[in-house]
Design a protein around this ligand. Sequence first.
Ligand code: BDR
Ligand code: CA
Length: 338
Amino acid sequence: MNRILADMDTGIDDAMALVYLLSRPEVQVQAITCTAGNVGARQVALNNLSLLELCGRAGIEVAIGAEVPLEIPLVTTEETHGPQGIGYAALPQPAQQISPRHAVDVWVDQVRAHPGEITGLITGPLTNFALALRREPELPHLLKGLVIMGGCFYYQGNTTPTAEWNVSVDPHAAREVFEAYTGLPEDQLPIVCALETTERIEMRPEHLDRLAEVAGAHPELVLPEQPEGQRSSSDNPLVACLSDALRFYMEFHRLYDQGYIAHVHDAFAAAVAADRTPYRTRLATVDVETSSPLLVGTTVADFRGLWGKAPNARIVVDNNPEQCFGELIGSVGGLARD
Ligand code: BDR
Ligand code: CA
């Protein structure tokens, strides 16, 4: 069994990541904590609860953590992910309630209850995880591993010219997390799925068709180029939800001249956490710029030990998009079919 504790700012690609994790029979999602990022933390929680219900998995704890970054005001990005964070998808009001516990309590209690067994997956800003580390500095030793979607080391950022969104929203939290990992044993260092490799996970309309096909839904019912705002008419609720969400994301990417595609960053990170997709990493010492107006949110990696500081990250430098899509579509399509 692969126990995964996820912290998300759901978000279209977070949604894809969550549905993927739920589709893997060997993965046990321990709980989902919610951070503010793509949308506010409460909306993130509602999205996660609705997705759980849509996947027939209500009952998994969903808790809210920090509603704002550590030191700077919150910025959200409804233009990227839609007013509720799920594009054009209309998610039903969830019956399950948001947990009364704080996300930090969930992380600390979970890792203490299952030492060495839980893989942490963070697909949003690092605010909750930084707070959990303050409370329990042994967290890196208590976790089995940690996978982070964040950062950008080749400086073609998606938020500023040099910065990636998750780190940009809370650069102080990211800095604190990397600092806490400095000098820890290599196998405990976070696996960092940075923009260079997550942007290779480029979802296209034909992937939606394949998803519908695996799910046994009629492929013609998914119309990727249909007029903006028009809902999918698929009779399969999970396929319709993902198609409606992803079409919004594709339109957003097209707006920025990236073509009618969607980078499903977080779904790649989830497949890494599930240990179901190949990737290659390089050891580095990462630091984050927190003050310069020009470079705030920029992640800097020292690959050569020039700072004389021990490594604190394993940065993903190569992956296999086709294999990753095979995994995502096969698993999610299977869940939608059953
Ligand atoms: C990250 O930013 C968010 O908008 C996505 O959900 C992803 O986690 C990519 O930079
Ligand atoms: Ca995210």
